[in-house]
Write a new protein. Structure first.
Length: 137
């Protein structure tokens, strides 16, 4: 039986490794397109990208500059669905109650931290609540 030269084995392994690398999918990336302020709420409008192709657009609540103690977040902003309550969005605010709309999926880290929140109406669509989202409320 003939021995296969080591160089051929190495080349075959490299070709196999490169072929598997070419087959793996790149993770979707997100890009902030612009910001919007409406009724005391600040939003980031975000595109989800697959390469250069926009696959989804959503709004993220990034801050509150209003004075109301009871806040209802709308399901859409400029016909764009609100999916996320951003980290620190209501941090240290005097808001007492918040109603989140159906469709929100994520509450990020420290979103309501150190606020005066007494009640939050969280819809069943929320699948992730970040670390310390309600710390010292």
């Amino acid at each position: 039986m003939k021995k296969i030269p080591k160089i051929i084995v190495c080349l075959l392994l490299i070709v196999l490794a490169l072929s598997f690398t070419a087959c793996t999918q790149k993770a979707a990336t997100e890009q902030e397109v612009r910001t919007v302020e409406l009724d005391g709420l600040k939003y980031s409008i975000i595109n989800t990208l697959d390469g250069d192709t926009v696959t989804d657009t959503y709004a993220k609540v990034t801050g509150y500059v209003g004075a109301a103690e009871n806040v209802t977040i709308p399901a859409t902003v400029e016909d764009i669905k609100v999916l996320t309550i951003g980290g620190l969005a209501f941090y240290s605010k005097s808001v007492k109650s918040i109603t989140l709309p159906e469709g929100v999926t994520t509450i990020e880290n420290f979103a309501f931290g150190y606020s005066d929140i007494i009640s939050v109406d969280i819809p069943s669509t929320v699948t992730r609540i970040g670390d310390y989202a309600f710390i010292h409320c």
